[in-house]
Structure formats: C-alpha cells, structure tokens
Design a protein around this ligand. Structure first.
Ligand code: ADP
Ligand code: UDP
Length: 236
C-alpha cells in the first residue's frame, strides 16, 4: 500500500490518500501541541510510540467487539486505516477527576468516581472545541440519535476494556478522548488514536503522570513517560 496525495496535516498526524478510495494512511509526527495549539513543542519518538500503541490497543478492542478503523501497520509511524468521515465530536470518558473537569467544577484532581462520566465537545478548533450535550449535537446535525447512542455504548465499552488493559500494567486510566467516524457503508467505527496524547495515565502506586500532562504542565520527562507506557504495554 502506497501513499498518494496528502489530504490533511493536523497537529499530530498527516493523512494521505491511497489507490484505494476506502483506505487512507496516517503518519504520526513528533509534534506536540496543547491549549488548542497555543503551546507547541516536540516529544522525540512520540510519533512511533503513539502509532504502535494505538494499533496494539485497537487490535485488542476489535477482538473484544469494538469496531475500529484499523487495517494494517505499515511501519513505525505509518498505518493503513479505513477512510471515515469523522463525527465532529470529541468523546471524553472520565474515571477520576482531572484537567478541565477539576477546573470547571472547582474540585481537586484525583477523586475516584463511583461511575464513569461521558461528555462531548464539538470538534471545531476555531470555536475552541466547546462542550455540548447530545441534544445540541442533534440540533447541529453532527450525528443521528442512533449514532449518538452507539457512540456512547462503544465509548463505555472502550473504557471498561482499556481500564483493564492499563490495570494489568500498573496504570490507572484517569480519562481519555475518543473520535468516531462513519465508513463508506455507514458503519460507526472507533477512529483517530489512543495514546498518552489522548489519555491521562497515572502510575497506580506512585501516581506519577505518564502522559501529555508532562508536556502541558512543563513537568519534564515526557519522552521517558511515553517510553515507559510503551515498555509496559508491549514489553519493550
Ligand atoms: P487535529 O486535526 O486535531 O490536529 P491530528 O493531527 O491527529 O489532529 O490529525 C489527524 C486527523 O485525521 C484528525 O482530524 C482526525 O479526526 C482525522 N482522522 C482520524 N482517523 C481518520 C480516518 N480513519 N479517516 C479519516 N480521517 C481520520
Ligand atoms: N483530550 C484530547 N484532545 C483534546 C482534549 C482532550 O486528547 O482536544 C484528552 C486529554 O488528553 C485528557 C482527556 O481528553 O486525557 C480529558 O481532557 P480535559 O477535558 O480534561 O481537557 P484538558 O484540560 O486536558 O485540555
């Protein structure tokens, strides 16, 4: 499978067309951004780690009944995925208070919830990804009622499975962001990535942050944290 024209360059990945109209190649970069692109930097080696980690997790989720866009890993940084039209919702699931949840509701980070929460943001950089509920998503025709229900079901399935995968390697899954897309034949599938860029991951014993907060908050050691998660997950 070969790349043809570049379709899109985002903050963390590039997307290329292929000879097959239903397949695209994503190429992961080392570029890191935060605060809607205001803070920019590089996390060396991140592209390869996020690519391989996403593929490892998507394969395992697929095997447990979550449909995904994953097709084939081409190289360290490049993967063939089903081309989808992205549902413009950032789907955020939380198990423990952190980040914007803690800030918005004036609570400390680290409160373990009895039940996971779900929220949606409208994926629109110009508007700063505003929070919305499913009625707003319907009003804006971002998805149908059935699609929103399916997305919620898959998001909670991903949470249960991912929490388990992370627990096996001594990590608490705090929160994460998912994106879903619609394939040419109308199927809703999990798309984009699942990585330390898109999840908050805390060591279960030391509570050390093993994710992009090391970059966002200038804690140092981002490269090492990403490598540590990769090592625990894939034994390398
Ligand atoms: P951003 O657009 O937020 O800067 P990225 O740098 O990660 O994000 O760019 C990757 C883009 O590719 C995102 O807009 C994402 O929604 C999109 N995308 C992810 N998976 C697929 C897919 N299977 N088909 C088409 N587009 C996808
Ligand atoms: N997240 C993401 N992309 C975004 C916004 C959030 O991947 O554009 C992830 C983030 O890494 C965290 C979770 O979603 O794991 C919840 O993020 P939060 O709403 O707390 O926002 P933040 O304060 O991190 O911007």
């Amino acid at each position: 499978m070969e790349k043809t024209t570049q379709l899109y360059e985002g903050k963390a990945k590039k997307v290329y067309a292929t000879e097959d109209p239903n397949l695209v190649i994503v190429s992961y970069k080392d570029d890191a951004t935060a605060f809607n692109g205001l803070k920019k930097g590089t996390i060396t080696g991140k592209g390869a780690i996020n690519n391989r980690m996403t593929n490892n997790l998507m394969r395992r989720l697929e095997a447990k009944g979550v449909p995904t866009h994953f097709v084939e890993e081409l190289s360290d940084r490049e993967t063939v995925v089903k081309k989808v039209s992205i549902v413009p919702l950032e789907v955020i699931v939380r198990n423990i208070s952190a980040g914007s949840f803690a800030k918005r509701y004036g609570v400390e980070e680290g409160i373990v919830f009895d039940e996971p929460t779900i929220e949606f943001s409208y994926k629109n950089d110009d508007l700063g990804d505003p929070l919305l509920n499913s009625y707003h998503a319907l009003a804006l025709k971002l998805a149908t009622r059935e699609e929103i229900e399916l997305i919620k079901k898959y998001a909670f399935m991903v949470n249960d499975l991912l929490k388990g995968f992370m627990k096996e390697i001594g990590i608490d899954l705090v929160d994460f962001k998912l994106e879903f897309g619609k394939t040419a034949d109308g199927q809703i599938v999990l798309a984009d990535e699942i990585s330390p860029d898109t999840c908050r991951l805390w060591d279960e014993k030391t509570h050390e942050k093993l994710d992009k907060d090391r970059f966002r908050r200038d804690l140092g050691g981002a490269e090492e944290a990403y490598e540590e998660v990769m090592r625990r997950l894939m034994g390398e």
